[in-house]
Design a protein around this ligand. Structure first.
Ligand SMILES: Cc1cc2nc3c(=O)[nH]c(=O)nc-3n(C[C@H](O)[C@H](O)[C@H](O)COP(=O)(O)O)c2cc1C
Length: 406
């Protein structure tokens, strides 16, 4: 391990929870990037609701029980994971830190879990795949089936075991903070925006130095080289609001199912109807997600809608959840309400900003230790035992209570 890596690890080891990580990230990042990560859409009602839903639910512990070593391992789509927390697909990570998506993939592998690589990653999907460990590939809807087919073929050749279709981004959510900060992760560095962003960037000389040494990466390499007529950046066309949906429609899902060999995951569902439709179309798993409150503001908290979805499709597909995970105890609550595993987006991103790969490792380690402590205090030996009996019924919102306890 290099000396720099050792110093980074020692520094992040002093950060005791994700609030510390977020504070360290805030110190490291220029405002535009910090708020790009932290922000939600419009009034950020859903962003706040996500985390609040976890806070509102109380545990129902079984005291006087000694649990020496709670078991956190489970499987997702047949892959064993030591930690039921996957690293979520996040675009723009290389702007946060040069380790970017590779840092996510390395830390996920180190924690014994899956990294879901974003099609808007800062590294090529082949570079990310070269990091050992299980990986899934997340796909948006691009301007043509040829483009998507090309990406899918590359992902399949590179060894991604599952394809994740994100369906909650028909258009981009209105993330006002990004507009106010003059920031977009798909923007190009040019004289005009360099002048506009300069005051923010110059305030963070360490970030700026790293970014310059990394070669000013503003490209999204997975989509930059692939159009048939040699046009760069399909994703830029998409984010500028092209004619079609930015995420797969149901027709595309059928097409993806027919063309992807292996498990298909549909990410971004919030209702029983859509979950049933995805599973009927051949999805092997669904991710209950509102994109971390970054898309439709006013969407429900994912924890609230989870039990109904588990109730309706849980016997035919695996149900995962993201949006609002802030503690290991949140993971335990989601699993108690039927999620097979969760994904975390912002937490490992704060870790990445605070200390590169070492910071992401710290984030996953914090989630692991928090889960273990929670389960020991609950008196629960294994994630396989988690169900609603570990939660205080009186604190469950009515939307959850409606679903009969199995
Ligand atoms: C900075 C950032 C970038 C994201 N980029 C993507 C993306 O490229 N594809 C995608 O499906 N979801 C993306 N998401 C959503 C995450 O995959 C995930 O659904 C969300 O972060 C979960 O909420 P949490 O941040 O509260 O954990 C992004 C989220 C963040 C914070």
């Amino acid at each position: 391990m290099s000396t720099i890596e050792r110093i980074r690890r020692a520094r992040v080891a002093r950060l005791l929870d994700h609030e510390d990580l977020q504070r360290a990230a805030a110190r490291a990042l220029p405002r535009g990037i910090r708020e790009y990560v932290a922000g939600g859409s419009e009034d950020e009602v859903t962003l706040a609701r996500n985390a609040q839903a976890f806070r509102d639910v109380a545990f129902r512990p079984r005291m006087a029980t000694w649990v020496p070593e709670p078991e956190l391992a489970t499987t997702v789509l047949g892959t064993r994971v030591d930690l039921p927390v996957l690293t979520a697909p996040c675009g723009g990570l290389r702007l946060v830190h040069p380790d970017g998506d590779l840092g996510f993939a390395k830390a996920a592998a180190g924690a014994g879990t899956v990294h879901v690589a974003s099609s808007a990653a800062g590294f090529t999907l082949e570079d990310i795949a070269s990091v050992e460990g299980p990986k899934w590939f997340q796909l948006y809807r691009f301007s043509s089936h040829e483009t998507m087919e090309h990406l899918m073929r590359r992902a399949q050749d590179a060894g991604y075991s599952a394809l994740v279709a994100t369906v909650d981004t028909a258009v981009s959510g209105y993330r006002v903070r990004d507009f106010k900060n003059g920031f977009s992760y798909s923007m190009r560095v040019n004289a005009r925006n360099a002048v506009k962003l300069a005051p923010q960037l110059l305030r963070k000389p360490a970030w700026l130095a790293r970014y310059v040494l990394d070669g000013l990466p503003f490209e999204i390499p997975n989509t930059a080289r692939i159009t048939a007529d040699g046009k760069p950046m399909v994703l830029t066309e998409m984010t500028k609001g092209g004619a079609g949906s930015h995420s797969p429609t149901w027709t595309d899902i059928d097409w993806l199912r027919a063309n992807w060999r292996g498990p298909l995951v549909v990410k971004g569902l919030l209702t029983v109807e859509d979950a049933r439709r995805a599973v009927d179309a051949g999805a092997d798993a669904v991710i209950v997600s509102n994109h971390g409150g970054r898309q439709l503001d006013g969407a429900p908290a994912t924890l609230t809608v989870l039990p109904r979805i588990v109730d309706s499709v849980g016997d035919r597909a695996e149900v995962l959840l993201d949006s609002g995970i802030r503690r290991g105890s949140d993971v335990v609550k989601a699993l108690s309400l039927g999620a097979k595993a969760v994904l975390a987006g912002r937490l490992p991103t704060w870790g990445l900003a605070a200390g590169g790969t070492a910071g992401v490792e710290r984030s996953l380690e914090l989630l692991r230790t928090e889960m273990i402590r929670t389960m020991r205090l609950l008196g629960c030996h294994s994630v396989a035992e988690l169900d609603r009996s570990w939660l205080d019924e009186d604190t469950l919102p009515s939307a959850i209570k409606e679903v009969e306890t199995p």
